[in-house]
Every structure is written in structure tokens, then in C-alpha cells.
Design a binder for this molecule. Structure first.
Ligand SMILES: NC(=O)c1ccc[n+]([C@@H]2O[C@H](COP(=O)([O-])OP(=O)(O)OC[C@H]3O[C@@H](n4cnc5c(N)ncnc54)[C@H](OP(=O)(O)O)[C@@H]3O)[C@@H](O)[C@H]2O)c1
Length: 277
């Protein structure tokens, strides 16, 4: 169910973004006057992206399943002077997503950025040991939600001739045993991302994925084998460090900004060299 969108601090009409490169050096913040919708904003990656977008001047609409988690992120953003709205939205439900995005546009006038960072309920384990339902769970969830949220945003962005759709994960030949359908889901998201990029480019809409080698901060302390997983992510990196949540937010803010206006139909690799292109 979509709840009423809270916080109506922002009521002034905003100018149409000017893609003229000469205007870019005058931008005080990367995302000034931008409106962004972030699904899964109560999670670690969604929250980091929301904070970075707000810091860079975007008005952020935070959508997710658990209101308390969204409010925590929104309160932090507001206490730093940003503008955030929250709504409980099931990003797997077609009508809910469509109504939510329509409500955001009604309130904010337009939508510039859509970033879906919900979890997919993946059941990880060796393929020989999981059921077909468990295997398909992340694939169908990822396809359903990424399709729905992109379609809902794109219908508004097309009318305006601009917008940015972001995805997270990335594809490629490298994988690990025991991931169930999870890596297959990430590969499928990239197939969908290419199709959207192909269809939306002529409408001025960019579609880009942040490709990750794994964000160690997102691993709960009690996850079995946590130390080995963290060590594996660190050892795979070519650099002496791995991406932090802050790095994810910073790169996402840049890619979503007009400074990255040439980038579409691609992945931005934030794996510190772990995933070689
Ligand atoms: N972390 C990594 O290193 C990594 C690597 C590759 C890909 N990814 C992908 O990146 C995404 C974000 O990762 P994360 O670690 O931040 O995930 P996370 O901790 O699982 O958080 C995801 C958020 O999505 C919300 N959510 C789940 N189902 C939803 C639904 N149907 N509608 C609305 N919101 C929903 C959850 O709400 P509740 O808290 O209320 O359940 C949660 O707050 C995931 O898809 C993950 O698979 C992550």
C-alpha cells in the first residue's frame, strides 16, 4: 500500500535542467533541483545513496517496506538540511508502484532519477541442492521490480525528455559457487538495462548500472562466514581498498548528475579492480 507522502517543505517550481555543458561549472551541488526516487532506501545501499543524493541537493523520495527504517534515513537527511519524503511501497506490486510514482510527480512536478535497491529474497546455496522455486525467486523478483519501477518513472521522464535510471550489481563472466539464482538475477538485470537504454535513449533518458565486487559494510555481523567473505572481497581487489557505502553514494551521485550526461547503456565499475572489464 502506498501511504501518504509526508513532508511538503518543497513547494517552489524548479527549472528544467539545462544539459548545456557550459552551465555545468555553475552547479553548486551535483544534483541541485533534481528529484530522485530510491526504492529500498531503508537498506544500507539505498540509505547511502539517499544520503549522498540529498547532500548533493536532490529532493529524495524514499520508498521501502519498513517505515521506521525509512524515517531513520529521512530524519538524518533533514537534520543535515536536506529534503526527504518517505512512503511504504511494495516495489513488487504493479499498481502500488504506478500510483506511488504518479503521486511523487504530482507533488514534486517531475522525476529525474529512479534507483531501485530493494532486496530480491534470494536463497543462496549450491544449485544441486536448491528447489526450482528458490532458484527462480531472485530472478523473477528482480525482473518484476526493476521492470515496474523503471516503467513507472520512464513514462514521466519521456514527457520531459530527460531522466536517469540506475541499477546496482552488474553482470559478467566472474561468479562464485553457491549463489543460487542471485548472480543470474544480476545478469538478467543487465539484459533489461540494455533493452531500456536502447528504447529510452532517444527520449534523453540514461540507464546505467553500478557494478560492484561486494560492499563489505552491508554484511551483517552475524552472517555465517562473514570474515572469509570480507577477506575474499578484499583479496580480489587490485587496489588496497574496497568500495565503502560512501563510495557507492558518491559514484551514484556523479552518474546521476548532468556531469555524466554522456554515460548510458553501460556499467560503472566500482569493484576496485576485482571485476576486470
Ligand atoms: N550489498 C552488496 O554488496 C550487493 C552486491 C550486489 C548486489 N546487491 C544488491 O543491491 C541491493 C541493495 O543491497 P542492500 O545490501 O542494501 O540490501 P538489503 O540490506 O537487503 O536492503 C534492501 C531493502 O529493500 C527493502 N525491500 C525488500 N523488498 C521490498 C519490496 N518488495 N518493496 C520495497 N522495499 C523492499 C528492504 O526492506 P525491509 O528492510 O523492510 O525488509 C530493505 O530495506 C539488493 O538488491 C542487493 O541484492 C548488493
Amino acid at each position: 500500500m502506498t501511504e501518504n507522502i509526508t513532508n511538503t517543505q518543497y513547494s517552489q517550481p524548479m527549472p528544467t535542467p539545462n544539459p548545456d555543458i557550459k552551465s555545468l561549472d555553475r552547479l553548486a551541488m551535483l544534483l541541485e533541483n533534481k528529484v530522485a526516487v530510491i526504492y529500498g532506501a531503508g537498506g544500507p545501499i539505498g540509505g547511502a545513496v539517499a544520503r549522498a543524493f540529498a547532500r548533493e541537493g536532490a529532493r529524495v523520495f524514499l520508498a521501502g517496506r519498513t517505515k521506521a527504517k525509512l524515517d531513520k534515513v529521512a530524519d538524518e537527511i533533514r537534520s543535515n538540511g536536506g529534503v526527504a519524503d518517505t512512503a511504504v511501497v511494495d516495489a513488487l506490486d504493479e499498481r502500488t508502484v504506478d500510483e506511488y510514482v504518479d503521486a511523487v510527480v504530482e507533488q514534486a512536478e517531475y522525476i529525474d532519477i529512479s534507483f531501485n535497491l530493494i532486496s530480491y529474497g534470494d536463497v543462496q546455496g549450491p544449485l544441486t541442492e536448491i528447489s526450482v522455486e528458490d532458484f527462480l525467486q531472485p530472478i523473477t523478483s528482480a525482473m518484476r521490480t526493476q521492470f515496474l519501477t523503471t516503467r513507472a518513472a520512464a513514462r514521466h521522464m519521456v514527457k520531459r525528455g530527460s531522466g536517469v535510471i540506475l541499477a546496482f550489481g552488474g553482470d559478467g563472466a566472474q561468479t562464485l559457487p553457491g549463489l543460487g539464482g542471485f548472480k543470474v538475477a544480476l545478469d538478467a538485470i543487465e539484459g533489461l538495462r540494455r533493452q531500456w537504454a536502447c528504447e529510452l535513449g532517444r527520449h534523453g533518458i540514461r540507464v546505467v548500472t553500478l557494478k560492484t565486487g561486494g560492499i563489505t559494510e552491508t554484511l551483517p555481523d552475524n552472517v555465517p562466514g562473514r570474515d572469509e567473505i570480507v577477506a575474499g572481497i578484499q583479496q580480489a581487489a587490485l587496489l588496497n581498498w574496497t568500495a565503502t557505502l560512501a563510495d557507492v553514494g558518491n559514484v551514484a551521485a556523479f552518474v546521476a548528475s548532468d556531469l555524466a550526461r554522456t554515460m548510458t547503456a553501460t556499467e560503472v565499475n566500482i569493484s576496485c579492480g576485482a571485476l576486470m572489464d
